[in-house]
Design a protein around this ligand. Structure first.
Ligand SMILES: *Cc1c(COP(=O)(O)O)cnc(C)c1O
Length: 345
């Protein structure tokens, strides 16, 4: 049997044995009445690691980011978002549809950053014709920019600018622990300058479900009410939270292995004729590369050989290393790619 090597996303990671045991043994209650001790424990832990007053368990990163919009704005406000942001591309336009806000995009550079001058120019002055600029949204790590990492200094600078103009700042930190591990700083330092933050348990941290929305007690209470309206009041959610606690306590440090495997993959691809890669641009677990024109339908063909990638546009492909794929699997994947390219040329 050919082993499937799945590099489509780190969301494919399955819960660990320890998570499954914790889920089975979790003490439970009705979380809508705040009576689930395991959810309460996860939320306290999340608030502590993020250095915020409070946290709220949500169904997904998409819901957490939507809560970031709903809690920080009013309908008719404008939010400023990177042109490559997950919130702009992949969240079904929820900010506009459900939050009633205008989405203003400004370009992300290759390193996932927004230019301070662009941000400043996008912030509206008081004028009867204009919507109010209410919220700046950042993303760390920046998914579409190849898992790019925003530093503490940058986050502080750009958030300070937004705050000086009266905007709130929400950080989509779906993979904030990847950034923290890559920089060797605690996550709480990276998120200190922002008002609200989302992070995902269900990506590289390997929990089956869930994200956390974190901020001041007041913000989290507003978000809690919105979460209920959205149908996200989850009753005995301790079964989910139990895995989340293991994710935060046990699964952060090992993200360094995913980063090492991403570098291993990109180094291998650089050796195969025709592949276009930027080894210097692989700070975390996401690798964007281009396959050679001779190999048409690369993603489909290599998929038939048991190596799964995600197709971007044109010849661009995304790989995300994760706990289900070890160093030896990366070598195996490179071997299969080499073979495919040889046969195609
Ligand atoms: C995955 C992801 C999300 C959304 O998380 P879901 O749980 O899939 O809704 C948000 N932002 C970024 C950057 C992501 O990669």
């Amino acid at each position: 049997m050919m082993k499937i090597i799945d590099l489509r996303s780190d969301t494919i990671t399955l819960p660990t044995e320890e998570m499954r045991r914790a889920m089975y043994e979790a003490e439970l209650g009705d979380d809508v009445h705040r009576e689930d001790p395991t959810v309460n424990r996860l939320e306290e832990l999340a608030a502590e690691v993020m250095g915020k007053e409070a946290a709220l368990l949500t169904t997904s990163g998409t819901m957490s980011n939507l809560l970031g919009v709903l809690a920080n704005t009013r309908p008719g406000d404008e939010i400023i978002v990177g042109s490559e942001a997950h919130m702009f591309w992949y969240e079904v336009g929820g900010a506009s549809t459900l939050g009633g806000v205008v989405i203003r995009t400004i370009p992300n550079d290759e390193d996932g950053k927004l230019d301070a001058t662009d941000v400043e120019e996008a912030i509206r002055s008081e004028n009867i014709h204009f919507p109010k600029s209410a919220l700046l949204c950042l993303e760390n790590t920046q998914n579409r920019c190849g898992g790019a990492v925003l530093t503490c200094e940058y986050t502080e600078e750009i958030s300070g600018l937004a705050h000086r103009h009266g905007l709130q700042v929400h950080l989509d930190g779906a993979r904030i622990f990847n950034a923290a591990v890559a920089l060797g700083v605690p996550a709480r330092e990276l998120v200190a300058p922002v008002d609200t933050v989302n992070f995902c348990l269900s990506k590289g941290l390997s929990a089956p479900v869930g994200s956390l929305f974190c901020g001041t007690r007041e913000m989290v209470e507003r978000a809690r009410k919105w979460r209920k309206m959205l149908g996200g009041g989850m009753r005995q959610a301790g079964v989910i939270a139990a895995a989340g606690i293991v994710a935060i306590e046990k699964m952060v440090d090992r993200l360094a292995e995913d980063h090492a495997n991403a570098r291993r993959l990109v180094a291998g691809l650089a050796q195969i004729p025709g592949f276009s890669v930027s080894p210097e641009k692989v700070p975390t677990n996401i690798v964007n590369f281009e396959f050679p024109p001779e190999v048409s339908d690369f993603v489909i063909k290599i998929g038939e050989r048991g190596v799964k990638f995600l197709s971007r546009s044109g010849r661009s492909v995304r790989a995300v290393t994760n706990r289900m794929v070890g160093a030896e699997d990366i070598e195996e994947a490179l071997g299969r790619i080499n073979q495919l390219v040889k046969e195609a040329s």
